[in-house]
Design a protein around this ligand. Structure first.
Ligand SMILES: Nc1ncnc2c1ncn2[C@@H]1O[C@H](COP(=O)(O)OP(=O)(O)OP(=O)(O)O)[C@@H](O)[C@H]1O
Length: 682
């Protein structure tokens, strides 16, 4: 089976498809048999119920569960086989392990084992042997297996595009033409959801996806470098590699908003994995905060910054986003520990519990969160009194001890301590907490951090892998919370240039300070946008390290109009033109949601959607939204309206403009009236 010529390859494809069809039929038969047996079993139980004892019932129930479970497995298997039928494989390497003859290895999204011939026909892209497809060209190659490294030679390497069971093309990699397939993929128009990239994963990306050692992996990559794609493929890889111990439900994705979550929701199911639980930072906060607090969301904080300049507000954010703030909190905690538990001897009836005993017990529990120690100390005191009096304590005595211990501590509630922290700092003005208990966003995670340290929170111990996207938008205190809340392995990714709030952003370096054990990977190659668009975005936020993939398109257009009315009329024309074109998605990205709403009112037309913070799905067609909400998304074409000096002037504005422009894959247009923003005139 060497399949050399294109004709042979086509015949082989037909043969594989046939085998897949047979395999599907076998699964169908098995499922039918399962469900028959299941029905009979249920029937049997129903009829014999009265004569069965409890043990019989439990056994019968278990066997039904087992059958149903096997049935589910069969259904999942069938889904995979059907998928393979559409596109069985995308790559092939002929590998000759040292001292052996070469054999072809076909690589697809799933594996396929030919049970008749006892032969692996298709290898899962995540299998150890498949790594060579990504890591090597012709010649010397190796791959790692649990029992050691296998060395050898790659004698042939091919790529295929098979769609709906038909071979669209086949390419021979005798030279490095990897880029050819990549170029074709990237030139395509966008879908409404993110796609998997298994056929064209690049070498540096592959190293990140398959990394098994890092307990914390930080991926800092430029706009469009595939960070999100890689992180999702990494999850798929880990689910495959550790399938015995990690299931989809054990992973958690912390995502910036619902639309983004919807946008990426396709990738893992496409790779045959189940949907992964995801949670927004704001939801996490709501989960961990006392429900009596209402709080500003991150989105609201950014909107407030974009809409008016408030120096004191900025100062508060800036301070609470610093490393200094986190270390002050830590120092305060030490101070609290050492000074706020003021022991006095305690009298219970005629027994005196000496102060040093109380202090010693308090210290003995130093591993227990501070506010959780009092009941433990109280128990020790009760034992002490009981031993001294040689009798049982009355309920009255017990509860008076229980009340007396916490009273020796200066505060009872975490929020009181949080307020006290600012007094201790000598900067009470940095906390703005009004009567309605409305927290500013910058205080939310600080308060949670104190709670975590003082009371302990164990809500997320079941999570076995955590994925955090848009890392630049989180502060040291937030990372400190994540680090204590999730003790599992983590993948953290982001891009400093795409911060939405320059007063509270983190670089890979900041994150390394919170996670000193992290493996940091930097990615500079950008896949999303054309060379022209990437060069244009560089004018807003220069990054000399960015390497655009050599793919060209139309030069971005900056068009001036007499006034906003003319500007909107022109955009209306562009929408009509887009709707006649072959492109799938057009993003009209404004600085703020307010502007987006106004543009939406003015532009209303069939097929034009407004995307807000409440939106939960990403739709194809024309989307009007704000830069903040467009983060992480991409569009065939992007229009940035109102690119004037009046709209874009502060540092936050600059970040927004950068995020907006880097969403474009093929075409970018900016419109304005009045004076052009200075970020583009320089
Ligand atoms: N190896 C690859 N093969 C094909 N397409 C790729 C590859 N790597 C990245 N891409 C494509 O590049 C685009 C950008 O990827 P992705 O959104 O994952 O990047 P990102 O770094 O998270 O971007 P941003 O930070 O700008 O939101 C996507 O369309 C993705 O499919």
């Amino acid at each position: 089976m060497m399949n050399v010529t294109e004709q042979e390859e086509k015949e082989y494809l037909e043969e594989i498809k046939e085998q897949l069809t047979l395999a599907i039929r076998r699964v169908d038969d098995a499922v039918r048999q399962f469900s028959d047996e299941l029905r009979q079993k249920k029937q049997y139980i129903h009829e014999h119920q009265s004569g069965m004892d409890e043990a019989d019932m439990v056994a019968a129930g278990q066997s039904i569960n087992r059958m149903a479970f096997t049935g589910e497995g069969a259904v999942a298997r069938k889904r995979k086989l059907l998928k393979l039928g559409q596109s069985p494989y995308f790559g092939r390497i002929d590998f000759a392990a040292r001292g052996q003859a070469a054999a072809p290895v076909y690589i697809g999204v799933h594996s396929f084992f030919d049970e008749q011939q006892r032969l692996n026909r298709i290898y899962d892209w995540r299998a150890p042997i498949s790594s060579m497809f990504y890591d090597f060209e012709l010649g010397d190659a190796f791959y790692a297996t649990p029992s050691g490294r296998i060395q050898g030679q790659i004698e042939r390497k091919r790529q295929y595009k098979i769609r709906d069971g038909r071979m669209e093309f086949m390419l021979e990699n005798d030279v490095n033409i990897h880029d050819d397939v990549l170029q074709r993929e990237l030139a395509k128009s966008s879908d409404d959801k993110m796609r998997n990239i298994v056929a064209t994963i690049q070498r540096d990306q592959n190293a990140v996806i398959r990394n098994e050692d890092a307990s914390v992996m930080v991926i800092q990559g430029v706009a469009g470098s595939g960070k999100t794609s890689i992180a999702l493929h990494r999850i798929a890889f880990l689910l495959y590699r550790y399938r015995e111990t990690i299931a989809a439900k054990d992973v958690l994705i912390i995502s910036p908003n619902k639309v983004f979550a919807d946008y990426i929701s396709n990738v893992l199911p496409e790779l045959g994995e189940e949907h992964i639980p995801e949670l927004g930072m704001d939801e996490l906060a709501a989960d961990l905060l006392d429900p009596r607090f209402r709080f500003q969301t991150f989105f609201e904080q950014v909107t407030a910054l974009l809409e008016h300049h408030d120096a004191a507000f900025i100062e508060r954010i800036r301070f609470k986003s610093s490393f200094e703030f986190l270390s002050q909190l830590n120092q305060y905690l030490i101070y609290v520990e050492n000074t706020y538990f003021t022991v006095k001897e305690l009298r219970v009836g005629s027994t005196v519990v000496p102060a040093p005993f109380l202090l010693a017990r308090f210290k003995a529990y130093h591993r227990v969160p501070l506010l959780k120690r009092f009941p433990l100390v109280a128990n020790d005191v009760r034992d002490f009194v009981r031993d001294a009096t040689r009798r049982k304590l009355t309920g009255q005595e017990k509860s008076s001890i229980g009340e007396a211990i916490p009273r020796m501590f200066r505060f009872q509630q975490v929020p009181e301590l949080y307020r006290d922290f600012y007094r201790w700092l000598g900067k009470p003005e940095l906390l703005k907490l009004d009567q309605r208990q409305y927290l500013e966003y910058a205080d939310v995670f600080a308060l949670i951090y104190l709670r975590l340290r003082l009371e302990g929170i164990t809500a997320y111990e079941h999570v076995k892998h955590l994925l955090v996207d848009e890392m630049q938008d989180y502060t040291p205190v937030q990372y400190a919370v994540l680090s204590r809340l999730f003790t599992c392995r983590k993948t953290i990714l982001g891009d400093v240039s795409q911060m939405v709030n320059p007063y509270s952003s983190s670089s890979a370096e900041t994150i390394e300070r919170v996670f000193p054990q992290a493996d940091v990977v930097k990615l500079f190659r950008s896949y999303r946008s054309t060379v022209e668009i990437t060069a244009f975005a560089q004018r807003i936020t220069p990054n000399p390290n960015i390497l655009p993939l050599d793919r060209h398109g139309r030069e971005p257009v900056v068009a001036r109009y007499a006034g906003p009315a003319e500007e909107l009329a022109a955009i209306r024309g562009m929408i009509a033109e887009f709707q006649r074109s072959a492109s799938h998605s057009l993003g009209i990205i404004c600085k703020t949601l307010r502007q987006a709403e106004q543009a939406y009112q003015a532009l209303q037309a069939p097929g034009v959607h407004l995307l807000t913070a409440e939106s939960t799905t990403f739709k194809e067609g024309v989307i009007i939204t704000s830069a903040h909400l467009a983060k992480g998304l991409e569009f065939d074409e992007v229009i940035v309206p109102f690119a004037s000096a009046r709209t874009y002037k502060t540092d936050v504005d600059r970040s927004m403009l950068y995020v907006a422009c880097t969403r474009a894959m093929h075409q970018l247009t900016l419109t304005y009236s009045g004076e052009l923003t200075s970020f583009l005139t320089a």
